[in-house]
Design a protein around this ligand. Structure first.
Ligand code: SF4
Length: 241
């Protein structure tokens, strides 16, 4: 079950503007945290669907970077209390340099971070981050979080033609972060970038030998149903006249 804490009328709010993003261009590129969807709204919606939806995990992701939501920690706590389920957060890792973000993320059970480049130059080309986000700081932030975090920490690497020849360098950095798992991915959903073929991804996978690796072409797909759509959430967020 997915929770979108960003959910803005105007579109995607993110600290990155990844070239492969299936959500299209980032409408607001920012590194500043604020409250987008109030925690009370999340609590109300989760109570509505409780018992009506079969789920094994509540995942915070959605239309942008979930750690930009200042109420992420609070929302994780409420989601766990209401659902009784483990909590996962999918993050681009850009704000793990911040102590408040690491504290919020530490409340979850599963974190999936993102690593798509081995250096600043490729980071700027593939992830197109906000100007305040520096590649080596993001890596340090991830290492610090990994040290502190007691749950499962997975690292997702999205391979596209631009970074496919850097798998060895990316794997070297991934080893220093020491994730529990590496998820090797390529954009199979609608994306402006061509996905790698199974053969190309197999080649890339070799660089991660010795690590616990899951490749998107081998992964079992979970069944996904939309419970509350973006339109409905927008209506719910509108204050009553
Ligand atoms: S971090 Fe995620 S939401 Fe943001 S631009 Fe990249 S793929 Fe899209």
């Amino acid at each position: 079950m997915g929770v979108d804490l960003i959910c803005q009328e105007k579109g995607k709010v993110c600290s990155f503007d990844c070239i492969y993003c299936s959500l299209g261009e980032t409408t607001e590129l920012t590194a500043k945290r604020r409250v987008f969807a109030p925690t009370e709204l999340v609590a109300r919606e989760l109570k509505k669907v409780k018992g009506k939806v079969e789920a094994d995990v509540v995942t915070f992701s959605g239309t942008g970077e979930p750690t930009l939501a200042q109420n992420l920690g609070e929302a994780i706590k409420v989601a766990r209390e209401i659902s009784g389920l483990p909590i996962a957060v999918l993050t681009n890792s850009s704000l793990m340099t911040r102590e408040d973000v690491r504290r919020d993320l530490a409340r979850a059970d599963i974190i999936v971070g993102q690593l798509d480049a081995p250096n600043e130059e490729l980071f700027k080309r593939v992830s197109r981050p906000h100007e305040k986000i520096v590649f080596k700081d993001v890596i340090e932030g991830m290492k610090e979080f990994r040290e502190e975090f007691k749950g499962k920490f997975a690292l997702e690497v999205m391979f596209v033609p631009e970074n496919k020849n850097f798998s060895k360098e990316i794997a070297t950095i991934a080893r220093t972060i020491k994730p529990d798992e590496v998820q090797i991915n390529t954009p199979l959903r609608s994306s402006p970038v061509r996905p790698l073929t199974p053969e190309e991804l197999d080649e890339v996978k070799k660089a991660f030998k010795g690590m616990n690796v899951q490749s998107v072409y081998e992964a079992k797909k979970a069944e996904v149903k939309k419970v509350v759509g973006l339109k409905k959430l927008r209506q719910l967020k509108r204050p009553k006249a």
